[in-house]
Write a protein that binds this ligand. Sequence first.
Ligand code: B12
Ligand code: SF4
Ligand code: SF4
Length: 312
Amino acid sequence: MTAERKTQILEESLSGAEVPFWAFLGGDDLQAACSGLGAAIHSKYGLAGARGAVLAALPYAELSDASPGWLSAWPGPRAMLARFARADWYGELVARLKDAAGRARALLAAAAELPGGRDSWRCLSNSGLPERELAMAAGLGERGRNGLVMLPGAGAACVLGVLLLPFSPVGAVKVADPGLLSPSCSSCRRCVEACPTGALEGGFQRSRCIQHWSTRPGELPPAIEAAWGDRLYGCDSCLEFCPRFRCDGGARTDRGVLGPYLPAAWLADTPEEGIREVLKGSALGLGWMRIETFRRNARLAQGRFDAEGRHA
Ligand code: B12
Ligand code: SF4
Ligand code: SF4
C-alpha cells in the first residue's frame, strides 16, 4: 500500500474520531525535533520505532457555567481554575487519538496491510515529548510571545497531543480557519504586560510563572504569593489578554469536568480522601499533586477575598 493511501486512511480515522485539528510529521522531522531528548525519554516512548507522528490540537471550551451541582452547598470564596484545567481536555484528546489509532489499524488490517502493534501507535498529551516543538515542526501553529503554540482561529486556547506512527505520513495539515485572526504577534506585547509576575520579560522564565508554583508544595517566593490572586490551579493572564485567544463554545467533554472554581472552604474542610475522590479523573487528579498544595493555594485565594471582600 502506498504512503498516500495509508495517509488517507489516517485522515479518515482522525475525522471519524473527531480529532478536530491535526498536522503530520515525517520520520526525519520527528527524530530531528526529538534529538535533544535523553535516552530515557527515547526508550519510554519507543521513539526508535516511530516513523512519523500526528500532531493534534483540541480547542477547549470556556466552561464558565459547568460547575457540578454539589458546589452550590459551599458558598463563600472561590479558588479559580484556569480554562485548560476546567475539564480533562488532555484525557479527551488522548481518547480521541486512541479511537483514531484503533480505526486506522482496523482499516489497514482489513486491507491486508500489517498495521503494527498497539505499542507503535502511542497516544500522548502533556507527555515528556516537546509537544510545542513538534506541533510547530508539523505546521499546526506558530509560536506566540507567551511561549505557547497559536492555532489559527483559536490562538493558545487549545491543548496539544501526539500520535506516534509506525509509518511516515505525507502532506495534509488541517488547522482551524487560517485566515480568521492576525497571523503573528508582530508588535503586540499584551501577554508580556498582562503577566502579573513579569515571567515573560525577555523570554519565558519558568521560576517566575505562577503555574509553575501551583503544584509546588511549601512556601512561595514573596513576589509569587503577592501576585497569586484568586487562583487555585493554572494562570490564564497571558492567554486571556491575547487578541488571538478564542475558546471554542462548541467543544465538549464529559471527562473530569470541574468548572471554573472550587470552593476554598470545601478544600479547607474536606478530608484528603474526599477531595481525591472528587478530583479523580480531572486535571487536578494526578497522584503526584499534593492536596496540601491545593489547600495552600485556596488559602491564598481566600485571603485575597477577605482582603477585598469580593471576587474580581
Ligand atoms: C513543563 C510544562 C509547563 C511548565 C513550563 C512551561 C514552559 N513554558 O516551559 C509550567 C508549569 C510553567 C507550564 C505552564 C503552562 N502550561 Co504547560 N506544559 C509543560 C509541559 C508538560 C512540558 C514542557 C517542557 O518543558 N518540555 C520539555 C522541553 C525540552 O520541550 P519544549 O517545551 O518544547 O521546549 C523546548 C523547545 O521546544 C524550545 N521551546 C521553548 N518554548 C517553546 C515554545 C514554542 C511555541 C516552541 C515552538 C518551542 C519552544 O525550547 C525548549 C528547549 O529546547 C508541556 C507539555 C509538553 N510535553 O510539551 C505543557 C504545555 C506546554 N503547557 C500547556 C499549557 C496549556 C500551559 C499553561 C497555559 C497552563 C495555564 N493556563 O496555567 C501555562 C502557560 C505558561 C506559559 N506562558 O508558558 C500546553 C500548551 C498548549 C499550547 N497551545 O501551546 C502544553 C503543550 C500541554 C499540552 N499538551 O497542551 N507548563
Ligand atoms: S501563566 Fe501567568 S504567570 Fe505564567 S507566564 Fe502566563 S501570565 Fe505569567
Ligand atoms: S498577546 Fe500579543 S504578543 Fe502575546 S501571544 Fe498574543 S498576539 Fe502574541
